[in-house]
Design a protein around this ligand. Structure first.
Ligand code: MN
Length: 242
């Protein structure tokens, strides 16, 4: 079997979705173990409030990721908007490498850019302004300095607020902006873009500067999961995990 790289995104693991956690833990023991590399493109957790939060399912997830890394699969993680507080502690505990917002990777000879996807949604001006605010080192340090129970309380409030805000926005505003997509492909000199975040799984083909390009949008996990696999021969496939 040729070497293989897997991509997943938007699992939104939380105590309220035990079936998704079970699915993910089983995936780590089986499918992911057979792969050379696993890229998690953000929002692995639905509300990550710091590396010191070891409540369920964080503990089980970290233990299983560590086991996968120890078994020989390289695992990489990009921050999503729900788990951008994942830090060095998480990385040390699991052996998972943290990547920046945009990362150009080598897919067996083909360069590709990977990103969570929220930065592509440039039409959502309010979200982007809030994002800039909370990603500042000072904001993060201040948030992480609060006692765990305060952060837990805040996360509950934030989830409620985020749900309400979403209802007020149009579908277009919350999707990737076509120009941002083109610029991302162009600026990174690649013909492949892989992201999640929008929960609108698709494989888009588009021409950028007269060159054919592909944009893979990964699905969110619920009672079933989804992944993109890519092997050393250059074959890719979208797979459903159940
Ligand atoms: Mn997201």
């Amino acid at each position: 079997m040729p070497a293989e790289t897997l991509f997943i995104s938007d699992l939104h693991l939380s105590a309220t979705r035990p079936e998704t956690t079970r699915l993910f833990l089983a995936f780590l023991e089986t499918r992911a173990k057979a792969a050379e590399r696993l890229y998690i493109l953000g929002d692995l957790f639905d509300a990550y409030i710091g590396d010191d939060d070891n409540s369920s399912p964080n503990r089980e997830v970290k233990t299983s990721l560590k086991r996968l890394v120890d078994s020989g699969t390289e695992v990489f993680f990009q921050h999503g908007n729900r788990d951008f507080l994942t830090g060095e502690g998480f990385s040390k505990e699991t052996g998972v490498s943290l990547l920046g917002d945009y990362s150009v990777i080598n897919l067996y000879g083909t360069p590709a850019v990977i990103t969570h996807g929220d930065l592509l949604c440039t039409d959502d001006v309010l979200y982007q302004a809030a994002r800039t605010r909370v990603r500042a080192m000072e904001w993060k340090n201040n948030a992480l300095s609060k006692p765990l129970f305060i952060r837990q309380w805040y996360a509950r409030w934030y989830r409620l607020k985020s749900g309400l805000d979403k209802g007020k926005k149009t579908r277009e505003i919350m999707d990737a902006n076509p120009q941002a997509v083109i610029e991302t492909l162009r600026n990174h000199h690649v013909s492949i873009l892989i992201h999640g975040h929008t929960h609108r799984p698709a494989v888009h083909e588009l021409s950028v500067d007269d060159k054919p390009t592909r944009r893979f949008v990964l699905a969110e996990w619920k009672s079933t999961g989804q992944l993109l696999s890519w092997n050393a021969e250059g074959d890719w496939a979208i797979e459903i995990i159940e």
